[in-house]
Design a binder for this molecule. Structure first.
Ligand code: ZN
Length: 225
């Protein structure tokens, strides 16, 4: 029986890697300097490199069920996602943080339907999206989409409770971006603090996060705009 996974590994080494050998060599010699921390849902249909046209070395990726951000207060145990945020901001000094959810998200649906009793970690983790839930018993497609989008904004707000994130957002050295990827349309809707979620095709920027400075807070040099 052929080992399909092994064949894929071999193909990467013989076919794909040679075309990018010098890029990887550079990334090894010079180290990684990604500008973007991308916090995305683990969903297999969400492909960050395709969405952003990024290649090796460009995205520092964290993925988890729901694209959730745990609280900074360390109250809920071991947090790979929180550790990744700290590393990306303090060590890599990324310039932007993207939180990317998507349509038909199983995590958001599970907030209404529950999870198996044998999945206590999943049940606990999903609580990070609880505040986004709408007061409906049987959510339809619209309610689910709104919940997905509300959950994204909720995570942006939670990011702002990380002192190292808040400091940099307020200083204008990090921007926050909430994205909702609509799988069936192949389009990301970006969160605009004034307009809500706007399709990328109609947007004027890649997202402002909920904390764009008020005009009177903008420095004369305009860095905070
Ligand atoms: Zn999802």
């Amino acid at each position: 029986m052929p080992d399909e996974l092994l064949e894929r590994l071999q193909r990467f080494h013989t076919d794909a890697f040679p075309t990018q050998r010098s890029l990887f060599r550079h990334l090894v010699d010079d180290g990684q300097h990604p500008l973007t921390l991308f916090i995305g849902c683990s969903d297999s249909r969400l492909v960050p490199y395709l969405l952003t046209g990024a290649g090796p070395g460009e995205l520092f990726l964290v993925r988890n069920v729901g694209a959730f951000v745990p609280p900074h207060d360390q109250s809920q145990g071991f947090h790979g996602t929180a550790a990744a945020i700290e590393f990306a901001v303090l060590n890599l000094q990324v310039r932007r943080i993207v939180v990317c959810g998507h349509s038909h998200c199983g995590a958001i649906r599970a907030l209404y339907g529950g999870v198996p009793a044998a999945a206590p970690n999943l049940a606990q983790w999903l609580e990070l999206g609880r505040e986004a839930v709408l007061p409906v018993a049987e959510p339809g497609p619209d309610a689910l989409r709104r919940t997905e989008q509300r959950a994204i904004v909720l995570q942006l707000e939670r990011l702002m409770a990380y002192p190292m994130v808040r400091e940099r957002v307020e200083a204008g050295t990090i921007t926050l971006h909430g994205w909702h990827y609509v799988i069936e349309d192949g389009e990301v809707h970006v969160f605009d603090v004034e307009r809500g979620f706007v399709p990328a095709s109609a947007a004027e920027h890649a997202g402002t996060g909920p904390y764009r400075p008020a005009p009177d807070e903008v420095s004369p040099a305009g860095h905070a705009a």
